[in-house]
Ligand binder design. Structure first.
Ligand SMILES: [Zn+2]
Length: 58
């Protein structure tokens, strides 16, 4: 039924401001930011973690 629902975390690149979903199962609730590759910046940047994606669809 819910095949379109993405499990993960909504993150925002602090460099370019793009919102995207980091599809990981580990808990980032107590984490404020994560250093990860940004497809737009084409390099590793800091990302703000905005919350879980439950209820979000692609
Ligand atoms: Zn970026």
């Amino acid at each position: 039924m819910d095949q379109n629902i993405v499990r993960g975390w909504i993150v925002r690149c602090k460099t370019c401001g793009t919102l995207w979903v980091l599809e990981v199962s580990f808990d980032l609730r107590n984490t404020k930011e994560v250093y990860h590759y940004c497809k737009i910046c084409k390099k590793n940047t800091f990302h703000e973690i905005l919350g879980r994606t439950e209820g979000w669809s692609k």
